[in-house]
Design a protein around this ligand. Structure first.
Ligand code: GLU
Length: 387
């Protein structure tokens, strides 16, 4: 553990110029042992934000710590190991204004509070509304401070962690940088707590299976605490064209270096051909309700010729989905099946099952219904993966 803390993962990597950043600050940085608010790390972070603002940059803060802050007022719950969901929600309701008051006191700018749920991201209308509010708040030169709306969000309504929430916010805000601050130095090629010679990784060009495995994916045992959600967040942000940095916010000197454009931590490079707007939302926010497997010819037409998906190329479907649901498209080949796209289907699974492999002119004979078109997933409603 000592070695882990001693490592100063500085490099000669420079951070690309940026104008608007989302900074995610984890509970470990705003609380003392997760039990009460502490300004120890908040103060240098606030100074960093102020310095960025003074340079003309825009900052949006995603701050955790509401539950922990609320805990300081409830001695009965402080020692209770397993708190119920309503207890945690009540603690968040108590702690959230305490968190806001502390940030407002430390920052030299007007702060504004936004509490979001997954529902606000999933529902495209609410997403756009939140985006409009955020843009207005930036125009008003405030510092928006965002947290999950824990009081109303239970499991199915929850983003669940502020790393992923921050990535959605970065996309929402059209940011060009996402900075995830926690008490870890970034990504290592093995868990530094159990592998003393683990090497720090400064730059990740693309997030692939190997990177997910390093963060404790299903295939790996070298899980680095809390890294999994950070990689998920980095994947969402970089695929939306946003550089993402994971850095150790307990090392205050790193903020000064960051101001000078020097990387301390791990940078995940933005994708050269980002998925933006509705397609990014479809890919990352919409849950998948099923899978459609296609033959090699259809896979090629989709991946390289910009074609829509037709029933004739489908070989199998799985899942119980409705018209308008998102589904993954897989290429079926001799190696098994590879995920190639995600899109919104125009057919429900029970209808689609009847027209697998059928030519377009056969569809009206099979489906006792006048389908306006034979297109299963229209090109405009499909995102090609790794394309
Ligand atoms: N919304 C939670 C809180 O403010 C934190 C969730 C997280 O840190 O991922 O306590």
């Amino acid at each position: 553990m000592e070695k882990f803390l001693e490592i100063t993962p500085t490099s000669n990597v420079r951070i690309p110029n940026w104008k608007r950043a989302v900074i995610k600050v984890g509970s470990a940085l705003v609380t003392e042992s997760g039990r009460r608010i502490s300004t120890k790390h908040m103060l240098p972070i606030a100074s960093f934000i102020t310095a960025c603002r003074d340079q003309g940059k825009e900052i949006i803060l995603v701050s955790s710590g509401a539950v922990a802050a609320g805990l300081s007022t409830q001695s009965r719950l402080a020692t209770k190991q397993q708190k119920t969901i309503p207890e945690k929600q009540a603690l968040a309701a108590i702690g959230q204004p305490m968190l806001m008051t502390t940030w407002s006191r430390l920052l030299d700018y007007t702060c504004a509070q936004l509490l979001l749920t997954y529902d606000d991201i999933l529902n495209r209308k609410r997403f756009i509304n939140a985006q409009n509010t955020l843009m207005e708040l930036l125009m008003m030169k405030t510092i928006p401070i965002i947290n999950e709306n824990d009081t109303v969000a239970t499991d199915e309504l929850k983003v669940g962690d502020n790393d992923n929430l921050a990535a959605f916010v970065a996309v929402l805000a059209n940011a060009d940088l996402l900075i995830i601050c926690s008490d870890i130095d970034g990504l290592y090629d093995a868990d530094p707590r159990t592998h003393p010679d683990a090497k720090h990784i400064s730059v990740v060009e693309a997030i692939d299976e190997k990177i997910h495995a390093l963060a404790g994916g299903a295939q790996s045992k070298i899980s680095t605490g809390g890294m999994r959600t950070k990689i998920q967040a980095a994947e969402k942000a970089t695929s939306g064209g946003i550089d993402t940095i994971i850095m150790n916010g307990t090392k205050h000197v790193f903020f000064q270096m960051l101001l000078d454009g020097i990387l301390c931590g791990t940078i995940f490079k933005r994708q050269q051909r980002p998925t933006v707007g509705r397609k990014h939302w479809m890919l990352h926010a919409l849950p998948s309700a099923g899978s459609i497997y296609v033959d090699k010819g259809a896979a090629k037409a989709i991946s390289t010729s910009g074609a829509s998906l037709l029933p004739s190329g489908i070989v199998e479907i799985s899942g119980d989905f409705q018209e308008g649901d998102a589904v993954f498209v897989y290429e079926r080949n001799e190696d098994g099946a590879q995920r190639i796209a995600k899109g919104i289907t125009r057919f429900r699974s029970t209808d689609l099952a009847k027209i697998i492999g059928k030519k377009s002119h056969e569809i009206p004979q099979v489906l006792d219904k006048n389908h306006q078109s034979d297109v299963v997933i229209h090109r405009e409603y499909m995102v090609i993966l790794n394309g």
